[in-house]
Design a binder for this molecule. Structure first.
Ligand SMILES: Nc1ncnc2c1ncn2[C@@H]1O[C@H](COP(=O)(O)OP(=O)(O)OP(=O)(O)O)[C@@H](O)[C@H]1O
Length: 346
C-alpha cells in the first residue's frame, strides 16, 4: 500500500512531495505553520489541493479530475482527541468501521472484540466514552481506526493530549501496530520519530527541506528544524578546508565527515550542546571555536541546565550557572573544540 503525495495548495503556500513505501511509517516533522496538518488533510481527503495528486496503492485518490471522498479512501485518522461517538459503547464505536464497510452485526462485533483484545481494552467494551480515562480512550481509538481495515493510517500527534505517565504505553502499542503498516504520523516528539517512524520528512515553510531514515536525519540533521528537534546545534554556511564559513565571515572549525563537503559548497557544522563550554569572557589565545552570543533562556534539563542563545544551546551544570552568574540578556562566549564539530554537506 504505497503512498505518493505531490500536491500544491496555493493560498497556504504549500508545495509538498514525498512517498511512503508499503509497510513503512513516515513521520512528518516541522515547526508551527510548516504544513503538517495541511498534508494530512490533503491525504485524508479533507482538503482539495489546487493541483497535484495523492496515489494510494496505485489508485489515484486526488488528481486533476479525480476526487475520492474521505470515507471512501480507506484511510483512518488517529488524532490528538480520540473523537469517539459519545452515545455509543466502546464496542459499538469499534464495530462502526466494519459495519460501515458492509459487515453484518455479528461479524462487526467479532472484529471489534478482536481489536479491543489487541489493544488490551476488552474489559472496557460496554463502557461509554465518558467513562474512560484519556489513555483508555486513545487505546479504543486505535482499535476503532484499525477495525476499519485501513490501507493507510494517518496519525496527528496521537500522544499529545495524553498524560506523560500514559504516553509510553500508547507509544509501545503504536510501535507494535505500525510495525508493518503504511502510516504517516505528525509529531512534535523526538521519541515518536525515533521509535515509530522508519523515515522522517521535515517541512519548513510549506516545503520539504529534508527527508531520510529517522536515525540518519536525527543524528546528522541538515536543516535547522531537524537539528533543533534532535537537540543538536547546527550552523550553516559555506565549506572551507577545515570548517564552515558563516554568513558573517567567521569560520567554525570542525572535522569533515564522510562525504566531506566540496570547498565553497553549502555545508553545516553540527555539535552537541554538551560539547559547549560557557565563558563570561572570550578565552584568550584559545585554538577553539568561540561564538559570541547573548543568553536568552535557561531551561532545567535533568541534571543540567540548557543555556539557549539564538539557535544555539549549551548544556552546563547547575554549579556552572551559579559560578558564572548566568542570566538571560547576558553576553557570553560559547566555546567548542573543533574535534567536537562535525562538518558535512547541507
Ligand atoms: N484553514 C486555513 N485557511 C488558510 N490557511 C491556512 C489554514 N490552515 C492553515 N493555513 C496556513 O497554511 C500553512 C500551513 O499550516 P498547517 O496548519 O498545515 O501547518 P502545521 O505544520 O500543521 O502547523 P501546526 O504545528 O501549528 O499545527 C500556514 O501558513 C497556515 O497559516
Amino acid at each position: 500500500m504505497s503512498l505518493v503525495v505531490d500536491v500544491q495548495v496555493a493560498d497556504r503556500d504549500v508545495e509538498i512531495a514525498f512517498e511512503v513505501a508499503a509497510g513503512e511509517t513516515v513521520a512528518i516533522l516541522g515547526p508551527n505553520g510548516a504544513g503538517k496538518s495541511t498534508t494530512l488533510d490533503v491525504v485524508g481527503g479533507l482538503l482539495r489541493p489546487d493541483s497535484g495528486r495523492v496515489v494510494l496503492d496505485g489508485k489515484e485518490l486526488t488528481g486533476a479530475d479525480r476526487w475520492v471522498a474521505p470515507h471512501a479512501r480507506r484511510t483512518a485518522l488517529l488524532a490528538q482527541d480520540p473523537l469517539l461517538f459519545p452515545h455509543l459503547s466502546v464496542l459499538e464505536n469499534v464495530a462502526f468501521g466494519p459495519r460501515s464497510r458492509g459487515a453484518g452485526r455479528a461479524a462487526a462485533r467479532e472484529t471489534a472484540l478482536a481489536w479491543l483484545a489487541e489493544v488490551d481494552a476488552t474489559g472496557l467494551a460496554e463502557r461509554r466514552p465518558a467513562q474512560l480515562s484519556g489513555g483508555q480512550a486513545q487505546r479504543v481509538a486505535v482499535a476503532r481506526a484499525l477495525a476499519a481495515d485501513p490501507q493507510l493510517l494517518l496519525l496527528d500527534e496521537p500522544m499529545a493530549a495524553l498524560d506523560i505517565a500514559v504516553a509510553p504505553a500508547l507509544r509501545q502499542l503504536l510501535r507494535t501496530v505500525l510495525a508493518d503498516r503504511t502510516a504517516v504520523v505528525v509529531t512534535h516528539h523526538v521519541l515518536d520519530a525515533l521509535l515509530l517512524a522508519d523515515r522522517v520528512v521535515v517541512l519548513e515553510g510549506g516545503r520539504v527541506v529534508e527527508q531520510g531514515p529517522a536515525g540518519v536525519v536525527l543524528s546528522r540533521p541538515r536543516s535547522a528544524f531537524a537539528a533543533r528537534f534532535a537537540g543538536l546545534n547546527l550552523v550553516s554556511g559555506v565549506a572551507t578546508p577545515d570548517g564552515v564559513r558563516r554568513p558573517d565571515g567567521s569560520v567554525l572549525h570542525g572535522t569533515a565527515t564522510d562525504p566531506a563537503p566540496r570547498e565553497g559548497s553549502e555545508a553545516v557544522a553540527v555539535f552537541r550542546p554538551s560539547a559547549v563550554a560557557v565563558h563570561r569572557e572570550p578565552p584568550g589565545g584559545s585554538p577553539r571555536n568561540v561564538l559570541s552570543v547573548r543568553v536568552e533562556e535557561l531551561e532545567p534539563l535533568g541534571d543540567v541546565v540548557r543555556v539557549r542563545a539564538g539557535d544555539l544551546a549549551a548544556d552546563v551544570t547547575v554549579a556552572a550557572v551559579a559560578e558564572l552568574g548566568l542570566a538571560p540578556g547576558q553576553e557570553v562566549s560559547f566555546v567548542v573544540k573543533a574535534t567536537e564539530v562535525d562538518v558535512y554537506p547541507r
